[in-house]
Design a protein around this ligand. Structure first.
Ligand code: GZL
Length: 321
């Protein structure tokens, strides 16, 4: 199953009459300077996303000022303020959590510097605070995970005990992957989420929380982890408890990074919903348009797929990340 990153331009193009940009060269046709605030380096997905942004800026001839917030919102706010001070032409960032951005985004708007959201969304009611949001539909990713589970257990009536490793508390992917999954499985009472806790998208935390689940929750049937890294940490915990991942406990994760796909091909994970980190090329195209006051869609959704164990074996050799 080929991964497609094509842009599904939502209907409802909105002519975004963007105000002039900062005093960088972009507005006048010179080289564009982008200030980018990255969440951190918490997962294989994030590493691939950072590489995509940095490589794409280089190929697009865009000067990139890049900062790693170590998963702290205050560091992202500081970085955005410093980009405003430096009068960059455009600001892009992946908000670590959904809330708490209105003040700093208003400061960027007042400074006439357009902002692009990439990867994760914010819950600001005022959508004029940013020009567009480029990223996956996390609710749909959760639905895909739920649909696989419903199909996997379609011929069973026994209760199915599920534990869930959530992503970073308050983040759009954690909120939405949970919501999409629950929306699908709630139709069948046999599915019971018996424990759910954040593993903060990291392998180490995923292992630690899964060890606690294994101690507190007997007879776990399924683990739903909001990303591969937490799933890979959980596999270490499951094997440490003398159980067989993918068999004693079925595992569904999200991302489809190389390590996750390898575990899927090896039978330790049962299903992975893809979430592509390769947003760089589209981000740079959008930045060029926004700086030149061209029309951009208010929402750009990346097209993604999902993999079972057989599909992972076929796809692995061609995976870019
Ligand atoms: C999803 C991204 C998430 C990944 C995790 O777009 O924000 O953050 O699923 C990463 O691996 O840490």
């Amino acid at each position: 199953m080929l991964k497609r990153i094509s842009v599904l331009m939502l209907a409802g193009f909105t002519a975004m009459a963007v105000a002039g940009c900062g005093s960088g060269g972009g507005g006048g046709g010179g080289a564009i300077t982008m200030g980018f605030s990255q969440v951190g380096a918490e997962s294989g997905w994030r590493t691939a996303n950072t590489k995509s942004v940095q490589d794409s800026a280089k190929s697009a001839g865009i000067t990139l000022k890049f900062s790693d917030a170590q998963q702290k919102q205050e560091n992202q706010i500081k970085a955005i303020r410093s980009y405003i001070q430096q009068k960059v032409d455009v600001i892009a960032f992946s908000p670590v959590v959904e809330s708490g951005w209105d003040t700093v985004l208003k400061e960027a708007k007042d400074a006439k510097i357009p902002v692009i959201l990439t990867d994760r969304a914010v819950d600001s009611k005022d959508t004029s605070l940013y020009k567009t949001f480029l990223g996956s539909d996390f609710v749909e990713e959760g639905r895909k995970a739920g649909k696989w589970l419903v199909d996997e257990y379609k011929s069973s009536t026994d209760p199915v005990k599920i534990v869930e490793l959530q992503g970073t508390t308050g983040s759009a992917p954690a909120n939405d992957r949970k919501a999409g999954f629950q929306e699908v499985i709630k139709a069948e009472p046999k599915f019971q989420i018996v424990a759910s806790q954040t593993g903060d998208f990291t392998r180490a935390k995923g292992k630690e929380v899964m060890e606690a689940f294994l101690k507190s929750t007997p007879d776990i049937d399924v683990l739903y982890a909001h990303n591969d890294d937490m799933g890979l940490g959980a596999i270490e915990a499951i094997e440490g408890a003398g159980k067989v991942p993918g068999k004693d406990i079925k595992i569904i994760t999200v991302d489809a990074v190389k390590d996750g796909m390898q575990a899927l091909a090896d039978g330790k994970i049962n299903y992975i919903v893809e979430c592509s980190p390769l947003l760089g090329p589209q981000l740079m195209d959008l930045a060029k348009k926004v700086v030149k006051n061209e029309t951009v869609p208010t929402r750009v959704i990346t097209q993604e797929t999902a993999f079972n164990q057989e599909q992972a074996k076929a796809a692995l050799p061609k995976r870019q990340y």
